[in-house]
Design a protein around this ligand. Structure first.
Ligand code: NAD
Length: 272
């Protein structure tokens, strides 16, 4: 996919940057001229993505960071500012679900522990709020900046089983709007906060759930998803990049507080 925006001179921070979706976002930002700080709980994973970017002519640094630990984020901020000078773009990508916060045949709603629910809620919600506090402060000082959060289809209507993930993603969409307004009213008219809400993407992580390994045909869950997606297919991680690059660029200079679905019309379809 040949996507071109001008991010020359910009510095981007991508949390969860070692993961499937955010590593491809980090690479796309670098290909379009940004210097990129890849932050991840997996220091090794972050370093690998940064190495790949550097090897292909971009500029990146990989840092081990826990988005739930403010001291860890502050330390990363100091390193990034020392190395790249500032931060223009923040992608809050760290997130995900856990079996500890998922109902099923072996774990009813009544069995879920407070710790399991909090773990997933905090990773997604607080893991978006805390980096926004740390890197947003630089944007306030400079009177400009772009933040992109990663919401989900689970934010619009909760998905079955994933209680805390659904609640946290709804909170992220709400926070995206709140933060956009708050920055503009209290600090700067030049800071934009938006989110993308990916639909169902087929990745190595969920392929076994959605596709029968032997036949390549959709599983029951896979069929449900495809029947609920009017475009009749899964998205590919690269298909998120157009929206991400657009939101980072000056082409989106009046787009603020938006949550953009990239979902093959999943969220538009009532099922009838
Ligand atoms: P992924 O598991 O591949 O990547 C998540 C990354 O976050 C991992 O590299 C992990 O090490 C890192 N991480 C976890 N806890 C962390 C912490 N405390 N501090 C720093 N990093 C931490 O997941 P993905 O599929 O690429 O998802 C990325 C984002 O997109 C998540 O927010 C996810 O909820 C969201 N999302 C994914 C899909 C999908 O279909 N894959 C759909 C909608 C939304």
């Amino acid at each position: 996919m040949d996507l071109k925006v001008d991010l020359q001179g910009k510095v981007a921070v991508v949390t969860g940057g070692a993961g499937v979706l955010c590593s491809s976002m980090a690479k796309a930002l670098a290909e379009n001229g940004a210097r990129v700080a890849v932050l991840d709980l997996s220091g090794e994973g972050a370093a690998k993505v940064a190495d790949e970017i550097n090897a292909s002519g971009g500029t990146a640094v990989g840092l081990k960071v826990d988005v739930l630990n403010k001291a860890s984020l502050e330390e990363a901020k100091d390193t990034i500012v020392a190395q790249f000078g500032t931060v223009d773009i923040l992608i809050n990508g760290a997130g995900g679900n856990s079996p500890r916060a998922t109902t099923g045949p072996d774990q009813s709603f009544f069995d879920l522990t407070p710790e399991g629910i909090q773990q997933v809620f905090n990773l997604n919600f607080m893991g978006t709020v805390l980096p926004t506090q740390v890197f947003g402060k630089i944007m306030v000082e400079r009177n400009k900046g772009v933040i992109i959060n990663i919401s989900s289809m689970a934010a619009y209507t909760p998905l079955t089983r994933t209680i805390a993930y659904s609640a946290a993603k709804a909170a992220i969409s709400n926070f995206t709007q709140w933060m956009a307004v708050h920055f503009n009213q209290e600090y700067s008219k030049e800071i934009r906060v938006n989110a993308i809400a990916p639909g169902f993407l087929l990745t190595e992580q969920n392929r076994y759930l959605l596709t029968d390994a032997a036949t390549g045909l959709p599983t029951e869950r896979g069929k449900n998803i495809l029947n609920s997606t009017p475009m009749g297919r899964y998205g590919a991680p690269e298909e998120l990049l157009g929206a991400v690059l657009f939101l980072c660029s000056d082409a989106a200079s009046f787009v603020n507080g938006a949550v953009i679905p990239v979902d093959g019309a999943f969220s538009a379809f009532s099922g009838v």
